[in-house]
Design a protein around this ligand. Structure first.
Ligand SMILES: Cc1cc2nc3c(=O)[nH]c(=O)nc-3n(C[C@H](O)[C@H](O)[C@H](O)COP(=O)(O)O)c2cc1C
Length: 197
């Protein structure tokens, strides 16, 4: 981790101790624009996504990954919406999460969104194990991305995930910089657990 990451630790105040990778995970918008992700690291996070659980092992998830400085990265970045474009360009890689909503034979893939989410959770944990941070985004121009990468109709871009090294929050505009260091919050456990016996 960089010095910035060390100072910008935003651990949870969870009621129970969590494994360190989950305890330390958070979604930065301040990325170090000089930092890079190695080919092996990018392969490792994509492998983690590949090995996530999958309904009937159907794996209705695809990925488009571009490292900063490449045409693929630029193309992905151009299709982030408004606010996301102001910070995500400093990350080391952008990964489009693509749903396979329908098979080549026309069969529906009803769990595609769930499957993609599983794989991005695994990617996130692997990235943190690599000393990186991750920020998922739903604020994307999905149709524009599909056209830019010439995707068949059954493939639907659904999220973009920024991966990189935490930088200093002062690079962000004031409101975003404040959010970057604000306490992280969640609904209380007894609100989200409907039944526990
Ligand atoms: C499906 C999904 C979509 C998200 N979309 C965006 C987004 O478009 N822009 C953004 O800045 N953050 C986005 N986020 C990040 C959330 O705002 C963030 O995870 C949440 O505030 C909790 O913060 P934490 O991840 O640091 O715990 C998204 C997260 C998820 C899981």
């Amino acid at each position: 981790m960089t010095d910035a990451a060390t100072t910008l630790s935003r651990s949870t105040d969870s009621s129970q101790p969590l494994v360190p990778l989950l305890e330390e995970r958070w979604s930065p918008r301040s990325y170090d624009e000089a930092a890079t992700i190695s080919d092996d690291q990018l392969d490792a996070v994509l492998e983690a996504a590949r090995w996530a659980a999958s309904a009937q092992n159907s794996q209705p998830r695809r990925f488009i990954a571009g490292r900063r400085g490449t045409a693929t990265f630029r193309k992905i970045n151009e299709h982030l919406l408004g606010f996301n474009q102001t910070w995500a360009h400093r990350s080391s890689a952008l990964v489009v999460g693509v749903l396979e909503n329908v098979t080549e034979d026309g069969d529906a893939r009803p769990f595609a969104q769930y499957d993609l989410g599983q794989s991005l959770a695994a990617l996130t944990v692997q990235a943190h194990a690599e000393g990186l941070h991750v920020h998922q985004m739903a604020g994307i121009d999905a149709k524009g991305l599909a056209a830019a990468f010439d995707l068949p109709e059954r493939f639907q871009p659904f999220t973009v995930t920024a991966i990189g090294t935490v930088g200093h929050p002062s690079q962000l505009e004031e409101k975003a910089a404040q959010r970057e260091v604000a306490p992280r919050t969640r609904l209380p456990l007894d609100e989200i657990v409907l039944v526990k016996e």
